[in-house]
Design a protein around this ligand. Sequence first.
Ligand code: ACO
Length: 319
Amino acid sequence: MTLRSIIAGTGSALPKRCVSNAELAKTIDTSDEWIVERTGIRSRYIADSTETTATLATDACRRALEAAGMDAADIGLIVLATATPDQTFPSSATKVQASLGIDDCIAFDVHAVCTGFLYALTVADSMLRSGAASSALVIGAETFSRILDWEDRGTCVLFGDGAGAVVLKAERGDRGILATRLHADGRHGDLLYVDGGASTTGTVGKLRMKGREVFRHAVKNLAEVLREVLADAGLESDDIDWVVPHQANARILDATAKKLNLPPEKVIVTVDRHANTSAASVPLALDTAIRDGRIKRGDLLVLEAMGGGFTWGAAAVRY
Ligand code: ACO
């Protein structure tokens, strides 16, 4: 039987403070109607000064370990996807490792913005199947509120903070990660970026985006990568029980589902509550739908995401 990475457990964490569109409209020239109509977002969670990418990630990992019935000491690999690390270095993955009390394991961050979790999952899956470790924590965690320009109403209303984690275990059998596909095209770096960095301005910078062009690329790339990953796994779109997409915008989710003839009831949507949490959004949506009972053991899932770079990717998983 084939050695695969199975999802043994999931967890997520959100900051304490939930901010509605109406609350944002008190300080920003926007309205609940505009935000809901263009994006489907109704609220987002914003981290306070005690909540960071690493603390949210640690909370998500504790819940994922509990769901998997495992101890932190069982973990041999931590891969954390983020574009908003606590510090330039050490990596947020090693901070999570220390907070969980793991003395020695492989731990590092990956950076592919909103596609980060798909990149992290693919790397961890390869390492488990090659024998580098037998279990892994794969995390998407972000505090995008720290890199938003709160004067730019075209971007600041779209994002939120949070973290999601999965425990992967190497096991022989039919379930687990069946196929993954990743892409990047650096020619579009000027459509979605942060205008700062350690090696250039020496500052963290703020997020900048040309929203309409990002939208156009997102729908095209996501539909293509979903078709690719299904073909790699020898599956048809009718076989899918659930699509767990990156939660950028309800209109991107609808347009992508339509392109693949997928009924909207099969698409997990949390963007209304969480907004776009970048690398955290796929594992957050996955954990939400597992805990509310929609996703069940044996279901066929397709995870997908697209983000700055551009980067995009997908994974087919038998849960
Ligand atoms: N409230 C009220 N009005 C606003 C707001 C706001 N928050 N933001 C922009 N507007 C105004 C603009 O000023 C403009 O006014 P004008 O016509 O008087 O100049 C008008 O609304 C239209 O602005 P556009 O930017 O053209 O609006 P658009 O219809 O393109 O919607 C949006 C903007 C929602 C960002 C859309 O382009 C989009 O969804 N893009 C996808 C981007 C995305 O989701 N990125 C996430 C990161 S990438 C990823 O995760 C895939």
